[in-house]
Design a protein around this ligand. Structure first.
Ligand SMILES: *Cc1c(COP(=O)(O)O)cnc(C)c1O
Length: 363
């Protein structure tokens, strides 16, 4: 083995200050409800297409992901030029920042929200401006609007929000967008949109009427492809989409990922995937009600997880769940996010949560 050395190579100071992205833990024998994944394996139809793509793995993928972008463009009624695909939509978050923010520019977002935002912002050399959620965990949009400065280049709005599950209604989002200067790019991160069963969601077509909006979606959650890494952006302005494509790594979306995404959008396959989403939504109602019944405060969720604002008790509660064989996602001092899974796994979680309720509920 070669020797390990300590160099005098200067590393960017931004890196030392980065919060680490904490992936959901995987513990052998435990149920993992920590990463908002689909509990179901790939459908046979999707696996078959993946296998074909694997066999052709000696060839580079289509760098422009044209076939996938054409299907997506057709769905949104936009031009192929308005679509960008990425290695998960988390990559697109980074590409968006790199496309519009120079060193020191501001990236504004409600907080707490997706934990990748502060990390990617810092890696890009931009500056995070975080606007606290209200005490009831809803967005404080007035404060976000007040937070816009001449240096603001990007605003991230995650709806439904990870990890709180709250979603913005169409009138709320419309009013917000009306009041943001059109020189600021607004990223509407819709990673969980398929689980939002409220009636007044702002439709993509209405969002895309606004020149400074870009939507982000992913195949990782409702479409169950988290391990294959593919997401996409739809921009109102094709210039913005082109810039987002420019900042991506060449060939970042593998042949396998493109094939799986295309297979998932075929009507008979998608119908099965959306039936799974409906099951999760039904289970979310059951899990929330049962948690409340045993004494927990549960935020109303529009996503595939529930949020328990446990405050100072969070880490201890998560440990109690882990001791019971269920891995949840704690945010120390704030709350815990628990993915809604199959009825069987949810039952197991509910048992553990009920046992812990005597100690932790009502906080
Ligand atoms: C999961 C998630 C994403 C995207 O995940 P990818 O696997 O990178 O596509 C984006 N935004 C939020 C808020 C998420 O929770």
């Amino acid at each position: 083995m070669a020797a390990m050395a300590t160099s005098s190579v200067p590393l960017r100071s931004a890196l030392a200050a980065l919060p680490a992205y904490i992936p959901g833990r995987t513990v052998v024998g435990a149920i993992k409800l920590a990463s908002n994944e689909s509990p179901a394996p790939l459908l046979a139809e999707v696996q078959a297409r993946v296998a074909e793509a694997v066999a052709a793995g000696n060839r580079y993928p289509d760098a422009g992901a044209i076939a996938l972008r054409e299907v997506l463009a057709g769905r949104f009624g936009v031009a192929v030029e308005q679509i960008a695909v990425g290695c998960g939509s988390v990559a697109l978050c980074q590409q968006v920042i790199q496309a519009v923010a120079d060193a020191g520019d501001e990236v504004l977002y409600p907080w707490r929200s997706f934990e990748a935002y502060p990390i990617l912002t810092a890696v890009c050399g931009a500056r995070s401006v975080q606007v606290a959620l209200r005490p009831d965990q809803s967005f404080d949009l007035e404060a976000v609007i007040a937070g816009v400065t001449d240096s603001t280049k990007v605003i991230f709005i995650c709806t439904p929000n990870n990890p709180t599950g709250a979603a913005l209604s169409a009138p709320e989002l419309t009013d917000f967008l009306d009041r943001i200067p059109t020189r600021v790019l607004v990223v509407v991160d819709e990673a969980y949109v398929e689980y939002n069963d409220t009636l007044d969601v702002m439709p993509a077509a209405a969002l895309l009427e606004r020149p400074n909006v870009i939507l982000l979606r992913t195949f990782s959650k409702a479409y169950g492809l988290a391990g294959l890494r593919v997401g996409y952006a739809v921009a109102a302005d094709p210039r913005v989409a082109a810039a987002v494509r420019q900042t991506g790594l060449p060939f970042a979306v593998s042949r396998v990922a493109q094939a799986a995404a295309l297979a998932s959008l075929e009507p008979d396959v998608e119908a099965q995937l959306l039936a799974r989403v409906a099951e999760v939504v039904a289970e979310r109602g059951r899990v929330s009600a049962e948690l409340e019944r045993v004494g927990y405060t549960v935020a109303p969720s529009r996503a595939n997880f529930v949020w328990l604002p446990l405050g100072a008790a969070t880490a201890q509660w998560a440990q109690a769940c882990e001791d019971g064989g269920v891995i949840v996602r704690p945010f120390a001092g704030v709350g815990a996010r628990v993915t809604v899974s199959t009825a069987q796994e949810n039952d197991r979680f509910l048992e553990v949560a009920a046992a812990a309720a005597l100690t932790f509920a009502g906080r």
